[in-house]
Design a protein around this ligand. Structure first.
Ligand code: PLP
Length: 488
């Protein structure tokens, strides 16, 4: 049969190089786990043996507060009897500056979730389709194809797609080590920068996630300051993805780069913040992303480019009301972090019972779990093997460190806020049983147990499952696959 996708016969390429290249990053274990869940999703009563989705960084703990607000504020929506009088005006609005009331409300909200210690100018608020769109938009403004951005690893897997795929920008990981609690050091940055220069790669900037996905940690003041001086010394850009700014549930407080630049001398033209309501408000479906740049030229250019990923005017209209309701916002942020703290505590204490440790964290919707003691050997092959057992036998979709470009095998990201309390208990019970069995296998009759373990491995991986390395291609995905839908 003739190849019509363009991937085989170069003379008859029907699709573009971007459409057919492999840079999307979908072919990673991180996404393979989604398929396993999609095929056999857990349900407390209807499918209690299914796969529990712990690979999804969603904040589902505080929807009731938003639903309450919606009930009490029907005028905020153009789809209610109370609000429909605004329908024509809003449906017709298509200005890429955004509704003034939306920009004002977002600017105020961004300041509030940073403890009021930084102010944001509504004139600098530029819309993007989620942080995904905002990150890509910034790359288009700051770098040319072939230019590179440094990024501390481990990092959010979809950066590969968002920052590189369509822009042609390269990402150069800066290795952070568990011995430093995965903190980024100036030495590691200098080393990565030097290495790039030696390979004639132009480094245009540094991008960080703060708070970090997948670490669940925030960056301390001194580290942030040293990053700001690094970018100043090199005259390169500094992009801070602060999508989890209000998803901080314990001390110490989150510190934004917007605070730091008030405290030191630096070239503001280099500083850019990315924000979104996907995590802090738990609204990834609304696709509200923000580029906030301190560079006037970037604001102007980003605004023009934002035509490709505007937030719908209906969403802007609704959020303008919601985010300017100070009392609601304060209650929501406070209550959301209390609930997250409780969930985090339940989860990490449950893990402690079987001596599983996590990196000490106070933010995000996940833990960075240390399963090094369970690896057969300290290799990424062993990590993948363990991941396969966890997904196929323990039936938990957790994400292996390799998919976050972690340089040390044995770390896994586990999301804890996208499920109800009962499901958390089931997940914890499964982990405890698994670890106990594994420990038991290590102690009593090691040979016999080991054989059984290997047989289990063979059984689950020879049964035609598609979560084997390299066997999964986007062609086998259903249109409903979360792999095609969401990458959080
Ligand atoms: C660090 C980081 N940046 C960006 C995104 C994408 O967010 P959005 O849904 O706003 O596009 C995520 C989602 O998980 C993320 O963790």
């Amino acid at each position: 049969m003739m190849n019509t996708t363009g991937s085989g016969n170069h003379h008859h390429r029907l699709l573009s190089k971007i459409a057919t290249n492999d840079e999307h990053g979908e072919n990673s274990l991180y996404f393979h786990g989604w398929k396993a869940y999609d095929d056999n999703p857990f349900h407390l009563t209807q499918n209690p043996n299914g796969v529990i989705q712990m690979g999804l960084a969603e904040n589902q703990l505080s929807f009731d507060l938003i639903e309450d607000w919606m009930k009490k504020n029907q005028r905020a929506s153009i789809c209610t009897t109370e609000g429909v009088h605004m329908f024509k005006e809003i449906a017709n609005f298509q200005d890429y500056h955004g509704l003034p009331e939306f920009r004002n409300a977002v600017a105020k909200f961004m300041g509030k979730v940073r403890g009021g210690r930084a102010e944001f100018d509504p004139k600098r608020i530029v819309m993007g389709g989620g942080a995904t769109g905002a990150n890509e938009l910034l790359m288009f403004c700051l770098a040319d194809p072939g230019d590179a951005f440094l990024v501390p690893s481990p990092y959010y897997p979809a950066f590969d797609r968002d920052l590189r795929w369509r822009t042609g920008v390269k990402l150069l990981p800066v290795e952070c080590k568990s011995s430093d609690s995965f903190r980024i050091t100036r030495e590691a940055l200098e080393e990565a920068y030097e290495k790039a220069s030696e390979s004639n790669i132009r480094v245009k900037g540094l991008i960080i996630g703060n708070p970090s996905n997948p670490l669940g940690t925030i960056m301390d003041r001194n580290t942030l300051k040293s990053l700001v001086s690094f970018v100043n010394d090199k005259n390169i850009h500094f992009v801070c993805d602060e999508i989890y700014a209000a998803t901080v549930f314990k001390q110490p407080e989150f510190i934004s780069v917007s605070e730091i630049i008030q405290e030191m001398d630096c070239n503001l033209d280099l500083i850019h913040v990315v924000y979104s309501l996907s995590k802090d408000m738990g609204m990834p479906g609304f696709r509200v992303g923000i580029v906030y740049s301190y560079n006037d030229e970037v604001v102007t250019c980003a605004r023009k480019m934002s035509s490709f990923g505007l937030v719908s005017s209906q969403t802007q209209h609704l959020l303008a009301s919601m985010l300017s309701d100070d009392e609601f916002v304060e209650r929501f942020i406070g209550e959301s972090s209390r609930r997250l703290e409780n969930r985090h505590r339940t989860f990490t204490e449950g893990l402690k019972e079987v001596e599983i440790k996590c990196l000490e964290g106070n933010a995000g919707l996940f833990c960075w779990m240390d399963l090094r003691p369970l690896l057969k050997e300290a290799t990424f092959e062993a990590e993948t093997e363990l991941w396969k057992v966890i997904i196929n036998q323990v039936k938990l979709n957790v994400s292996p460190g390799s998919s976050f470009h972690c340089s040390e095998p044995g770390w896994f990201r586990v999301c804890f806020a996208n499920m109800d309390d009962e499901t958390v208990q089931v997940a914890l019970q499964r982990i405890r049983t698994f670890v106990d069995e594994k420990k038991g296998a290590g102690k009593a009759a090691p040979e016999k147990k080991k054989k059984q373990w290997q047989r289990n491995l063979r059984l689950s991986f020879s049964s035609g499952r598609i979560y084997e390395d390299g066997c999964l291609s986007p062609h086998v995905l259903s249109p409903h696959s979360p792999m095609l839908r969401a990458q959080t």
